[in-house]
Design a protein around this ligand. Structure first.
Ligand SMILES: [Zn+2]
Ligand SMILES: [Zn+2]
Length: 316
């Protein structure tokens, strides 16, 4: 199983200003002062040693994650990241996969807004299956591309687009993987997906607010994520934001992410749906703080933690 992240920001694509770039360049040059860089090899080595927020960045796209277990393309959510995924697929030329599956966690704007820019949807012979547990998935996709908000109607895109309503109490075989579902607390409800193949388990769980009932040992989400190889988890907020200003906004904190992952024996935790107003420096600090909290919560726990970024690829 291979997981590739094309969009990781929550609620809105993150902007990237000139002043942020200038700030980054200044910090890099300050760090370079004492290194006496003489040639390209030394520069490459220097870049490799920079903190992640300076040598790269966390990206700007809204949610889109590719979870492949075989030949067919399986995608979670159609945020703005699906545009870049589409460009990659189109770059395969005649070998572009003919069968694409898109699973929708829910229908908030940041999870559907990329679909009109998903170029494979304009190619005849491509078959796109769109799945969701809400009963208005098709209506929402059609409405998004209705005049006056977009010039091309969904049914005029060229590919064969088919909608499937899933029953969250059932399991399905999609793209060579077994997919099961959990209902999650979020305005309008969202659904998490568990992908299993060859005893490997990946969970895609975004837009979910875990509250006090998560402390119960019988909390159903614990069973759902038990012993997962990879847990992709909505950690848009830090604890202060979650407690004091953004309670009931439908998202969780990095701390509850760590606690649930440790309690369920998860191997790797990927913090996801990152706050769109955080710049790379703030997100890097958020990632380091989360790793520090793991040591406070349970110093013996073995849990790999990473903050998702556009372009991140994880082999399970
Ligand atoms: Zn969202
Ligand atoms: Zn949402």
């Amino acid at each position: 199983m291979k997981v590739t992240f094309w969009g990781c920001r929550g609620s809105l694509p993150a902007s990237y200003s000139g002043s942020q770039t200038k700030h980054k360049v200044k910090r890099v040059l300050e760090l370079a002062i004492d290194h006496g860089l003489q040639n390209h090899t030394q520069i490459d080595n220097f870049i490799r040693l920079l903190p992640f927020d300076l040598q790269s960045g966390y990206g700007t796209n809204t949610p889109c994650v590719q979870v492949d277990g075989g030949e067919e393309i399986v995608i979670c959510d159609a945020g703005s990241g699906i545009r870049d995924l589409g460009q990659m697929l189109v770059g395969m030329g005649k070998n572009i996969p003919r069968k694409i599956h898109i699973l929708m966690s829910h229908l908030h704007w940041d999870h559907i807004q990329g679909f009109p820019f998903f170029v494979p949807a304009y190619i005849q012979g491509v078959h796109i299956n769109i799945y969701g547990c809400h009963d208005n998935v098709e209506e929402t996709f059609v409405r998004q591309q209705r005049t006056p908000t977009f010039p091309v109607a969904l049914r005029d895109m060229g590919s064969h687009i088919e909608f499937h309503t899933l029953d969250p109490s059932k399991s399905y075989s999609i793209g060579g993987m077994e997919v099961s579902i959990i209902e999650q607390p979020h305005p309008g409800t969202s659904y998490g997906f568990r992908f299993v193949q060859d005893n490997k388990k990946t969970i895609y769980s975004t837009d979910a607010e875990h509250s006090d009932d998560a402390q119960s040992p019988d909390y159903p989400f614990l069973k759902f994520i038990e012993a997962a190889d990879l847990l992709i988890f909505d950690a848009q907020f830090n604890l202060a934001d979650h407690l004091f200003t953004k309670q009931n906004w439908g998202h969780s904190s990095n701390l509850i992410a760590v606690e649930l992952a440790v309690r369920a024996g998860v191997k790797k935790l990927c913090l996801f749906h990152s706050e769109h107003s955080f710049n790379d420096e703030e997100l890097h600090k958020f990632e380091l703080d989360t790793k520090r909290y793991l040591k406070i919560y349970n110093e013996h726990a073995i849990l790999d933690i990473v903050l998702a970024h556009d372009g991140l690829s994880i082999d399970i």
